[in-house]
Design a binder for this molecule. Structure first.
Ligand SMILES: C[S@@+](CC[C@H](N)C(=O)[O-])C[C@H]1O[C@@H](n2cnc3c(N)ncnc32)[C@H](O)[C@@H]1O
Length: 248
């Protein structure tokens, strides 16, 4: 995937491209990143990228001309790209959105700063606004990194088999099962016996059960409307009986 980020702070991305799985994806050219400094497309000696808001009020607004010129530069190399603006007003970004973006060949992400960007730029050039949560950041750069990170690990071939995203939280509408590693006992807490049994069927059953129960406890909202399998119904009934017994 070719991804281009429009930002006033391109240097923030240098360490991001250079570490962990993102770095590996870049080296393997499964992720081909580019950052464009919006300021490079601003006019005049001072290369001004922001100005006071019409109507008064505090803060500054990003001017539409440098953004439009920077976007034209990005699009010259990525003619088929979807253009997303990071914004707290956007659609909440989730795993389903990451999965759908992972199938794209090209993507442009625009990072706002200050009070945000001139609305006319959004009207004319932005395909969708994306929020990474109901809070307000100082800029879109962290949001862009969140989107790129979540999407990149879903690009086919980026994660090795050993790191497969298949069991991840959300992949089957459940949170993931619990993980344990050596030592077998830590602080008087032992790893569940079944995980040391070598019985793959029992391990798979245990993992499915714990994923379902952990989802019910941690994220019950994920289970609303779920089409429970017969096995899942049996697991939930068993836990209901356990709870009934506990409560008398
Ligand atoms: C201080 S914010 C502007 C907030 C804007 N005044 C508002 O109330 O909607 C500056 C920039 O940070 C980015 N940003 C802030 N919060 C974000 C969020 N939750 N998700 C994605 N981007 C965000 C956007 O690019 C935004 O233009």
């Amino acid at each position: 995937m070719k991804v281009c980020v429009l930002t006033l702070f391109p240097e923030l991305f240098d360490p991001f491209w250079a570490h962990g799985i993102i770095r590996r994806a870049v080296q393997a050219e499964r992720l081909i990143p580019r950052t464009i400094n919006i300021r490079d497309h601003a006019q005049g000696r001072h290369r001004v990228t922001d100005d006071r808001p019409y109507g008064g009020g505090c803060g500054m607004v990003m001017k539409p001309e440098p953004l439009t010129a920077a976007l034209a530069d990005a699009r010259a190399g990525l003619p088929a790209a979807t253009t997303l603006l990071l914004s707290p007003q956007g659609k909440p970004f989730d795993q389903a959105a990451a999965q759908s973006l992972a199938g794209a060949e090209e993507l442009i992400l625009v990072c706002g700063r200050y009070e945000g960007v001139d609305e006319r730029f959004i009207d004319a050039h932005v395909d969708a606004e994306v929020s990474i949560g109901d809070f307000v950041l100082t800029g879109g750069e962290l949001g862009a990194m969140v989107v790129i990170d979540a999407v990149t690990r879903l690009i086919p071939g980026v994660l090795g088999n050993a790191e497969s995203a298949g069991n991840d939280t959300f992949s089957d509408g459940l949170v993931e099962y619990a993980h344990y590693t050596r030592p077998a006992t830590f602080d008087d807490r032992a790893v569940p016996e079944v995980l040391q049994s070598g019985n793959h069927q029992s391990i798979a059953r245990w993992r499915h059960e714990t994923a379902l129960i952990r989802t019910a406890l941690k994220r019950p909202d994920l289970l609303h409307g779920r089409d429970f399998s017969a096995e899942e119904r049996a697991i939930l009934m068993k836990w209901r009986r356990n709870l009934d017994r506990l409560l008398g």
